[in-house]
Design a protein around this ligand. Sequence first.
Ligand SMILES: Cc1cc2nc3c(=O)[nH]c(=O)nc-3n(C[C@H](O)[C@H](O)[C@H](O)COP(=O)(O)O)c2cc1C
Ligand SMILES: [Mn+2]
Length: 474
Amino acid sequence: MAFKDNRDFIAALKQTGDVVSISQEIDWDLEAGAISRRAMELYGPAVLFENIKDYPGHRMFAGILATYRRVAIALGLPPDTPIRDIYRVYEQRDEHPIPPVTVPTGPCKENILTGDKIDLYDFPAPMIHDGDGGRYIGTWCFSVSKNPETGWVNWGTYRFMVLNKNTISGMPSPGSHLAMIMKDYYLPRNQPMPWALVIGPDPLSATAGLAGYRIGENEADHAGALRQEPVEVVKCETNDLMVPAHAEIIIEGEILPDTVAPEGPFGEYPGYRVSEFKPKVFCRVTAITHRNSPIMTVENPGIPPDGSSVGGSMGVAIALKRRLQKHGFPVVDVYCPPEGAAHLVVVSVKKGGHERAKAIHQALLTRRAWYTKIIVVDDDIDVYNLGEVIHAWSVKCHSYQGIYLAEAHGKGGPATPAHSNEERARQYGAVACFDATWPVEWPDEYIPVRSSFADVYPEDLKARVLKHWKEYGF
Ligand SMILES: Cc1cc2nc3c(=O)[nH]c(=O)nc-3n(C[C@H](O)[C@H](O)[C@H](O)COP(=O)(O)O)c2cc1C
Ligand SMILES: [Mn+2]
């Protein structure tokens, strides 16, 4: 049974010690941000703030999927499930989409605010990092938009900042699906785009909102896949969009086709504050619905780990793996390590070599994702073990012949720290590929023998050593 909401999920995290509930009064202005950031940097528990200054009756939940323990729990697996097994379960479930089911009403309708009752300042949108451009109401959230012509309903996680009591600015990047639907349908007609922001979705619906699915794919169906049961959705009050019935807060509104609004800067997922105060999309709020004692979900991006480098990276890795499989590469595993902050991809293959690594580089260049470095390893390297990956990269990658460089459009996001302002603005960057596989043209006897317990001792001797290991005194 999937968690229907964050309340069930928090109860499960309490059982395993993966959440800390803070009952002392905490300020929404930086204090909650400082606490949640430090908890993440210590690979510590998620944080439930139960007593927020100025906001009696409101709660905040931060650092939701910033450890693989919490990802495992969200998937219904034991908390100490190895990352390899978490990936396998995710990948298998994701292959069987389950569309949402419509229900007449749900907890997200416990309070309905329209007209003069709309006031975004009634909610504890936090000032997350010092230096942010404002209070961010949308971080661990997803935005719903629909192309009426094709029926495509997109859920995407983008950040949204409060401008005043009933307007919001947001920064879906030009390559995002929200921007695509806006550009394909609403801009040519000069019509406002109906919009809903889902705050506090269940953890696997949130995961689907972060993952990079293909154009036209409905994330709601993938949320159903990950949950292994459909998401229950209800109709918005002021538009026809459908939103998860068990979410905490729904902001309904429209994104205007002819207006921009200031947004940013914000401390971002690569671990740096890179963005500037710039004109971005403008949203007018038409209704807010919320549960009693709502729990505002918050993501505090920064140096790894965080929700995008952990919870959000699996979907990207699996999409890249599918792409490589489609191109016929003998790919074994693809992993985006949190330490790479969505900029590093590790690929293992059954058979490598310079030509193959070069072809993998080319095949991945055109995939919409913002990594800038690829390491290709042989399949005797465990991609989920960064120690093994760095060892292979250090000693097997030829520092001249084994490195491929390409400049490319869409590589590096608007927040890639290594890129210049100009490159970021154009989303024109570069991707380096490091071939850490053995050259295929080497005859077998050229391949150096790995000096490890597993590789250089006879089987019967290894068995004897293992059998007596404890007796030796280890
Ligand atoms: C906390 C958080 C904030 C994010 N903010 C943005 C953002 O402001 N703009 C953006 O384009 N992507 C952002 N992303 C990444 C997107 O969620 C990701 O690219 C996703 O695939 C977008 O959905 P789409 O593919 O349907 O456009 C964010 C991710 C996380 C975890
Ligand atoms: Mn999408």
